[in-house]
Design a protein around this ligand. Structure first.
Ligand SMILES: [Ca+2]
Length: 608
């Protein structure tokens, strides 16, 4: 069976090589993962892997997590799913159930993590253990298995070095040593332990990582010789600001806490960091839990590209990301271009120290604040010209566990006088972060805040305020794509070849951006003056051609990502060759791997 599949693949590759004249892709096309939506396994059952961890064994990924299908915080099972593409998950087994051990009959097992021990050949599962009645035992639990799918044999629970241990993670270093990081002392301190060589117990307690900082949900990843530790704050099931520290030694010193992402970690709590090591790249994915405390089994997952730059980390939001397990390429996919950043902003009122412009400055740590507690209250931005609007992301005020939510409308106007309600969200109950996808047109976009509800103190609300508003979209009708480094040149049809052309005729350079022919999460470029003609690549060069069937749709599909040389602009990743991006070289347009600053400039375009 396996051999037959190999032969079939070989034939398919031969065909694609003939058709394309290009080196074949290693595996299937990249997968798109949509954030915050219900995720189903291959049997269409709800994917239950909360607070979990992904372990790679060969080319297979195993996702362990809490089964919360019964909508209770109490333990039902630790699930195991497997996948080779990181999107399609097959339920494999329960690593642990209530029947695994008398101690698990009435219990809590949170944040299960699994490491493979090379010396014993065992898969070792660690989790946070509590009894079913309370939250005061504050122990770790350990279980082992000969295979990644179990069954795991429960080894017992204990307090590491007699310290309280609640939220925790385990991390296996490149030298084979493994560590436990856990929240202790009512979560005020974050402690670090080196595990015994069999990973079954504590060898040594090392230096405290944080003292008095009240951090939870630790996750560790290593890039080169730098360790990144990501944690959440402590606000129950509510999300809060993720922070990170770096170190070049697990035993410290760890750098001061730095904010990561927006004030609610885009409405998520860190679960773990996934390293995707492929043939062309090594990428990092932040995986968070979007907890739904009233229906825990419906808690969602948030997967975002985590950018690590040697000493700093950054996280931004995308409704959709593309993940290629074979090449290791991971990208956020934008729903158009970021139109609003730095554009003129106004508000109904503003404190001198918190002007309206702070809500569209690209900084999640600066906010616009109104002068009085009065509703409704509005904030608006002038995009400069009428645009197609696809997506509005808003980072809302957070209140350290006493959260509130805003009820609001998104309104648009062509003239700043006559307004249309593009989206009515006065029924909203989501706090921290919203990403609204809809279709509207307008030059002005207004966030009209009708009211806000503060859970713990409904009559005592605070001043209207916004951390950040991001409006994504594109030019109405058609777009001209201007070169980042040669502003007089545009992507244009040049007698069937696609080039960047100096001041081209409008008829040859206006492209209608349509959903990708091979993947609707991507885009295809259709020539406005000839709707049969699309931009496509062949032999690494770009052409303006009519759909000829076969591989044409794949060759004509790209993922729009933030500009590699300027985040407010755009770059275009090839759908079927995900390590390659549209770039110009001289006047020719190609799809090429991008590495140098010059290549990033050449691969960046501005919508006009
Ligand atoms: Ca801001």
């Amino acid at each position: 069976m396996r051999k037959m599949r190999k032969m079939l693949l070989a034939v398919m590759f031969a065909v694609s090589v003939l058709a394309l004249g290009e080196a074949p892709a290693v595996e299937a096309a990249p997968q798109t993962i949509v954030n915050g939506t219900p995720w189903k396994d291959v049997n269409n059952a709800s994917l239950q892997a909360h607070g979990g961890h992904i372990l790679q064994v060969g080319s297979t990924y195993y996702w362990y997590g809490e089964d919360k299908i019964h909508n209770s915080a109490n333990f039902k099972a630790v699930t195991v799913y497997s996948s080779t593409d990181l999107k399609t998950w097959t339920w494999r087994s329960y690593a642990l159930t209530q029947a695994s051990h008398p101690e698990l009959q009435s219990a809590k097992i949170e944040r299960p993590k699994v490491l493979y021990n090379e010396s014993t050949g065992k898969y070792v599962l660690w989790g946070h253990y509590e009894d079913g009645a309370g939250y005061t035992l504050a122990r770790v639990a350990v279980a082992t298995s000969d295979t990644p799918t179990g069954p795991f044999v429960y080894q017992g629970s204990f307090r590491p070095n007699n310290n309280e241990s609640r939220d925790m993670t385990v991390f296996k270093d490149t030298d084979g040593k493994a560590y436990l990081v856990s929240s202790s002392n009512n979560n005020y301190n974050l402690r670090l332990y080196r595990l015994t060589s069999d990973y079954l117990g504590i060898d040594t307690e090392l230096n405290m990582i944080y003292e008095g900082d009240h951090r939870e949900a630790p996750a560790i990843v290593k890039q080169g010789n730098v360790y990144y530790l990501i944690t959440s704050g402590a606000s129950g099931w509510y999300p809060n600001q993720a922070m990170y520290s770096t170190a070049t030694n697990m035993n410290g010193p760890w750098s001061a806490l730095q904010p990561l992402g927006n004030k609610s970690a885009f409405y998520s709590q860190p679960a773990f960091i996934l390293t995707v090591q492929g043939s062309a790249a090594t990428s990092y994915v932040y995986v968070g839990d979007r907890w739904n405390s009233s229906q825990l089994g419906d808690s969602r997952y948030v997967w975002l590209p985590l950018t690590l730059n040697g000493t700093s980390a950054s996280l931004d939001y995308y409704d959709t990301i593309s993940v290629d397990a074979a090449t290791g390429v991971v990208n956020g996919v934008s729903n158009g271009t970021l139109l609003s950043q730095g554009k003129p902003a106004m508000a109904q009122s503003a404190l001198g120290a918190n002007p309206a412009s702070y809500a569209n400055d690209g900084n999640y740590q600066t906010e616009w604040v109104g002068t009085s507690v009065s509703w409704p209250h509005w904030w608006k931005v002038d995009l400069g010209t009428v645009r197609q609007i696809n997506n509005v992301q808003i980072s809302w005020w957070m209140m350290n566990g006493s959260e509130g939510y805003y009820q609001y409308k998104i309104e648009t106007s062509a003239d700043n006088v006559n307004w249309t309600v593009a989206l009515d969200r006065t029924g909203n109950t989501t706090y921290g972060f919203t990403s609204d996808t809809f279709s509207a047109t307008g030059r002005y976009v207004r966030i009209n805040m009708a009211n806000a509800k503060l859970h713990n103190n409904p009559s005592n609300w605070y001043t209207p305020r916004l951390w950040e508003v991001k409006v994504f979209g594109q030019a109405i009708d058609a777009v001209r794509w201007q070169s980042h480094n040669y502003p007089s040149r545009y992507i244009a049809n040049d007698n069937g070849t696609a080039k960047i052309v100096e001041n081209p005729a409008v008829a040859n350079s206006e492209w209608i951006m349509v959903p990708g022919l091979a993947d609707s999460a991507g885009v295809s470029f259709r020539l406005k003056s000839n709707p049969n003609v699309y931009l496509r690549h062949s032999n690494y060069m770009l052409y303006a051609q009519t759909d000829s069937g076969g591989v044409f749709a794949a060759d004509a599909t790209f993922y729009q990502v933030p500009g590699l040389a300027a985040g407010g602009k755009s770059s275009f990743q090839s759908y079927n060759y995900p390590t390659r991006y549209i770039r110009h070289s001289g006047f020719n347009l190609r799809i090429d791997p991008i590495g140098t600053a010059l290549e990033k400039n050449d691969a960046t375009f501005q919508a006009q």
